[in-house]
Design a protein around this ligand. Sequence first.
Ligand code: C2E
Ligand code: SIN
Ligand code: SIN
Ligand code: SIN
Ligand code: FE
Ligand code: FE
Length: 408
Amino acid sequence: MKKAKKKLQHIIQLGVEVSQIGDLDILLEKILNESRDLVGADAGSIYIKEEDELKFSYAQNETLRKKLGRGKKLIYTTFSMPITKKSIAGFVALEGQVLNIADAYKIPKKMPYSFNSEIDKLTGYETHSMLTVPLKNNRGDIIGVLQLINAKDQKIIPFTEEDESYIKPFAMYAAIAIERAQLTRTTIMRMISMAELRDPKETGAHVNRVASYALEIYEHWSHQKGIPQEEIDKQRDAFRMAAMLHDVGKVAISDTILKKPGRFTEEEYEIMKQHSPAGARLFSGARSDFDLIAAEVALTHHERWDGKGYPGWIDGQTGKPIPKYINRRTKKPRGKKGEEIPIWGRIVALADVYDALCSNRVYKEAWTEEDVLQKIREDRGKHFDPEVVDSFFKVYDQIKAASQRYPD
Ligand code: C2E
Ligand code: SIN
Ligand code: SIN
Ligand code: SIN
Ligand code: FE
Ligand code: FE
């Protein structure tokens, strides 16, 4: 059978592709996109096992997305549920077998599980066929559940045995890739908590929010710019991890300054500003796209569009000012301005300030949403790249949804 052989080749290719993704959020998106494509599913979700719960971690729904219009993405929230045989996903996580249900609303009463129609009621969407697949790593441990919803061929049809035979090998590659991306994320979190010496939970939420906002803004901005999808896909993964690490240079700043429970003096602030070049040095030597982007983000996330930011034109390796940019009077290099600042720095600047203003800090209270948005509008073309601000407002719904997925 030619068709089946082609499909298996495609699945192996997908296995290679998912193994190259480092960021967990981007990986879940890729896995759901590709698995829906493999079996022609209209919608789907991924649950990740966290101790004795299943966390609803990611969702797609083509029908609901189309209703939103071009360029808009589905808003979803995460929640956790206990792993019991009463839910479909829980049953699959416990049994470790694929469950192929032709119609979720016609599950016989004698089954231990039943369909929870709450989400359908909220969204107005009708779930019928459901293919629910355990995500097993290479040791056979269940790390999550992949749920594909509503096989589509003009109208909604049940998933076939053939669909099952394609999704099973893909689910194995997916599970292995998820486990590795979880390890990468744990490593990033450890680097950050070493750098900040704060409650790692609080810090983890801040960096995940900043990274998610930065990614939403980048996607809008890059489409607006007509950057080819291939290039966007290539950079997104590295950028999300780089954005999480924007402040990793704080590892070089003393605890007394870092944790000062009040406003900085001028001298203290000058020392704190060293966190930008210190972060860049950690990624110098630039071996990969990731090293390159991470170095640029660390170095330039406090530059300002109007040129009044820091650290300005310094050598990323040595931290020394670049002679031709030194101001004779102040002896300091001038700030980078406008498009001299790499796009990564321009985007993280806004994502970071937005999150900082919305949050409590040891030295200040959170601002109201209205004041934060007002400040961002005022700083359009001053602190921030005007195009980046415009993209921020265009994806503001998604930014709000991301902030709820990573609460403090
Ligand atoms: P952060 O708290 O994550 O803040 C990131 C950036 O958000 C700040 O960069 C600043 O541009 C903006 N931001 C935060 N809070 C406010 C605010 O109340 N008003 C205004 N207008 N902007 C705000 P910046 O200033 O370069 O600071 C970098 C980092 O230095 C901060 O990161 C924070 O960790 C630390 N920091 C800055 N000022 C103080 C301070 O007075 N006391 C202490 N303890 N830490 C400070
Ligand atoms: C389940 O698997 O039962 C929960 C998901 C849903 O009801 O849509
Ligand atoms: C990029 O840095 O890849 C985009 C070009 C720019 O800086 O505007
Ligand atoms: C800031 O946003 O970093 C404070 C300076 C300003 O834009 O007024
Ligand atoms: Fe910073
Ligand atoms: Fe920050």
